[in-house]
Design a protein around this ligand. Structure first.
Ligand code: HAM
Length: 420
């Protein structure tokens, strides 16, 4: 084989594609019940859009972006996530002039040049949502509720919902100073990444998974003790609303997220079933992002689900029947090929999944193909039968057969198919 997949990329087909389709169909239904509208944004955008919104000192921007220069020398990037693009579209098309809330969802590939491992890819897919114009914690609670309903619909339970508040531009600077002072005499004990983060983005140190850092940081001051009154009230209301919705959650003041745009609420949904890459979905509020890109001050929040990880969980929680043709049209020779083609098209036009051989091969071979394809009914178009205005049929599941007029044939197939 001359060419093969790039590292960290996947082909999705056969049984897996049914799962992807099933998940996407269900997501679409639920999202539209919550009045989210689909938005499709380009995969390639101006690199600055991501550098500025995600933050210069995050792993994504420092190490993982697919950046290149186009033929005009413009610095462009494959999108590593969807939020920045939706915010760009929201501002560019003046969507803030429409009545709030404006709620969008998207499905699609994202790109991060990470070290591939189980559950971690360089091209991966997200189902994401972004809601603009609501500052109430009701929206944050609703997003978590929506996630829960969707994951339950896919039979995925036993998930861990963790929430935190990262404060706002009024209270976070004070917390950063406290953190800085606490860390000042411990920097040398921290891993290289944390030493680097100390100067630029000390909050990210809270997220470090290195055991020696965890030990050094066990008494680190926590943001939840430094929230201003408004942020505190927002966080308490969120918890009340989650309680009302019967959602079990953990307040984890160490969640900081790997993107810099968050304010107030952040949340992560994890599972113990996937090993190291255990985050199924994550999101939060980003009340300053629209304004920082030149739009009007607009509160916003959202989340994204990792499709590959979700599919991995669904392999255990769902068993889907593969899609098969319902009817296979076989024919007895080139003299009736045209009639076979007509019947194939007729069946497809009335929404019956139909397959045929497309070439003049023996009836025995055609029946073998029909069996392999998993067709329920085979219709045989034969010269003799056509003279009598009838078609021969075989029910491959019930091992019955007979002859019938076109009208009766279509009626029986319709009834059978609808009852499947
Ligand atoms: P994120 O936490 O970077 O958030 O990604 C969301 C989800 O995408 C993760 O929880 C994970 O399931 C999946 N994911 C991330 N990286 C990979 C990877 N390399 N391979 C496979 N799956 C991956 C965001 O992207 C934010 N834009 C979410 C958001 C929307 N916040 C507000 N609105």
């Amino acid at each position: 084989m001359k060419y093969s997949l790039l590292r960290g990329m996947q082909d999705i087909f056969s049984e897996q594609i049914y799962l992807w389709q099933y998940i996407e169909e269900n997501a679409r239904k639920i999202l539209e019940n919550f009045n989210f509208q689909e938005i499709r944004t380009p995969i390639v955008e101006n690199a600055e859009l991501f550098l500025r919104s995600i933050g210069e000192d995050t792993d994504i921007v420092e190490k993982e972006m697919y950046i290149f220069y186009d033929k005009k020398g413009r610095k462009v990037a494959l999108r590593p996530e969807g939020t920045a693009s939706v915010v760009r579209a929201y501002i560019q098309h003046n969507l803030f002039n429409n009545p709030a809330p404006q709620k969008f969802y998207y499905f699609g590939p994202m790109f991060r040049y990470e070290r591939p491992q189980k559950g971690r890819f360089r091209q991966f897919h997200q189902i994401g949502v972004e809601a603009f114009g609501v500052s109430s914690p009701w929206m944050d609670a609703e997003l978590i509720y929506l996630l829960k309903i969707f994951l339950e619909k896919l039979n995925i339970n036993n998930l861990i919902y963790e929430i935190n508040s990262l404060g706002c531009k009024n209270c976070r600077p004070q917390y950063r100073r406290v953190l800085f002072n606490f860390l000042a005499d411990k920097v040398n004990q921290l891993c290289n990444d944390c030493q680097r983060r100390f100067e630029k983005n000390p909050l990210r140190i809270l997220d470090c998974k290195v055991p020696s850092c965890k030990e050094t940081l066990k008494d680190i001051p926590l943001i939840t003790d430094f929230l201003c009154q408004d942020c505190k009230e927002h966080f308490i209301s969120l918890q009340k609303e989650l309680n009302e919705m019967n959602i079990s959650y953990i307040v984890n003041p160490r969640i900081v997220r790997g993107l810099d745009y968050y304010t107030r609420t952040v949340f992560e949904v994890t599972t113990t079933m996937l090993g190291a890459q255990n985050a199924i979905a994550a999101g939060g509020r980003y009340d300053d992002l629209v304004e920082s890109f030149g739009g009007p001050s607009t509160p916003a929040s959202g989340f994204a689900i990792g499709m590959e990880r979700l599919v991995e969980l669904c392999l255990n929680s769902l068993s889907l029947k593969p899609k098969k043709p319902f009817v296979y049209v076989a024919y007895t020779g080139s003299s009736v090929e045209k009639d076979a083609r007509k019947l194939v098209n007729l069946l497809r036009n009335i929404n019956i999944p139909t397959e045929t051989a497309y070439e003049n091969i023996s009836l025995k071979s055609q029946l073998r193909k029909a069996d392999k394809a998993g067709a329920t009914i085979v219709v045989i178009v034969g010269e003799e039968e056509l003279k009598k205005n009838v078609y021969r049929w075989k029910n491959m599941k019930e091992h019955s057969q007979g002859e019938t007029t076109l009208e009766q044939l279509l009626e029986t197939i319709r009834r059978r198919y609808d009852s499947e």
